[in-house]
Design a protein around this ligand. Structure first.
Ligand SMILES: Cc1cc2nc3c(=O)[nH]c(=O)nc-3n(C[C@H](O)[C@H](O)[C@H](O)COP(=O)(O)OP(=O)(O)OC[C@H]3O[C@@H](n4cnc5c(N)ncnc54)[C@H](O)[C@@H]3O)c2cc1C
Length: 263
């Protein structure tokens, strides 16, 4: 299959939107990514990603999916300071009171800051000749004719025509409401409640690279999962991260900073 349309518009320039843009760039003459935040040229936290300040890890499935779209990404991230880990060997899971057997899965996850991951992907997408990234553009609705979406409308009242529109605005997405406004059928919503909350302790003295392993023995991180019916568990640890990372454990001589919460 070659080019299938002139222009695709992707609403949202986070991980999902950037991955969609890379895939669509092979099938459209022009792909326009719109995000209401400024899309920085360096790794920076931003308003649209409030959970970005919690420590992040890219698990195996996500890493392999991104690697398909952006060959060499894992190597690039590791060169930049992301930490590879084998979840079976480097993480201690205590489940229902007993530690899980340690074994090498041979599979690789990476621990890194969210800002760094997004920035690396964004720069790959920015380099694609037929993709344009437009920050500070909030989409306020879809445009359409009976039976068909024809593009988007920005908060500034600018219509942008498109053969295909992808909504990658995350959990607060409005496209079902926008479709209803055009009298177009909205897709059914499937919700999976995971019931997970995050609390992160930041070191008071700022963003330091952190290379020591903070879990018992030589494990990088520890997770406790009491039982399938008890929802409270903990994860403790800090894998060394690139300079933009915030850390889970304060460095020696560094007091505890504010607690962050997220869901
Ligand atoms: C506390 C927490 C910790 C997490 N930890 C991990 C982890 O360690 N590893 C992992 O893989 N995943 C993790 N996740 C999940 C992961 O962050 C999300 O799955 C991911 O952010 C979803 O990406 P997305 O591109 O679909 O949407 P989002 O990241 O939510 O991005 C939506 C984008 O759309 C933009 N936008 C919204 N509305 C508009 C509009 N009207 N017009 C223009 N732009 C708009 C926003 O500015 C934003 O850039 C975590 C999530 C949370 C909440």
């Amino acid at each position: 299959m070659g080019v299938v349309g002139e222009r695709a518009v992707v609403i949202g320039g986070s991980i999902g939107g950037l991955a969609a843009a890379a895939a669509l760039s092979r099938r459209f003459d022009l792909v326009t990514v719109l995000d209401r935040d400024e899309l920085p040229e360096t790794p920076r936290e931003r308003r649209g990603i409030p959970h970005g300040m919690h420590p992040h890890a890219l698990l195996i499935g996500g890493r392999l999916g991104l690697e398909e779209l952006f060959p060499g990404l894992t190597e690039e991230l590791v060169q930049g300071g992301a930490v590879p880990f084998d979840p079976g060997a480097d993480a201690l899971f205590v489940q229902m009171g007993a530690p899980r057997i340690r074994f090498a899965t041979g599979m690789l996850g990476i621990s890194l800051s969210r800002a760094y991951l997004e920035s690396a992907i964004r720069e790959r997408v920015r380099a694609l000749p037929n993709v344009e990234l437009r920050g500070r553009v909030a989409v306020s609705g879809l445009t359409g004719v009976p039976g068909r979406v024809t593009g988007v409308e920005t908060g500034g009242g600018e219509p942008i025509a498109a053969d295909l529109v992808v909504d990658a605005t995350g959990h607060g997405g409005q496209s079902n409401r926008w479709l209803k406004r055009l009298a177009l059928p909205a897709p059914e919503i499937a919700t999976v409640k995971v019931g997970v909350g995050y609390t992160t302790l930041q070191p008071a003295c700022g963003r330091l690279a952190y290379s020591s392993r903070s879990s018992p023995g030589d494990r990088a991180t520890t997770a406790t999962i009491p039982s399938p019916t008890v929802l409270q568990g903990t994860a403790v640890g800090g894998l060394r991260c690139p300079p933009t990372a915030r850390l889970v454990s304060p460095a020696p001589g560094c007091g505890a900073g504010p607690l962050l919460s997220g869901r």
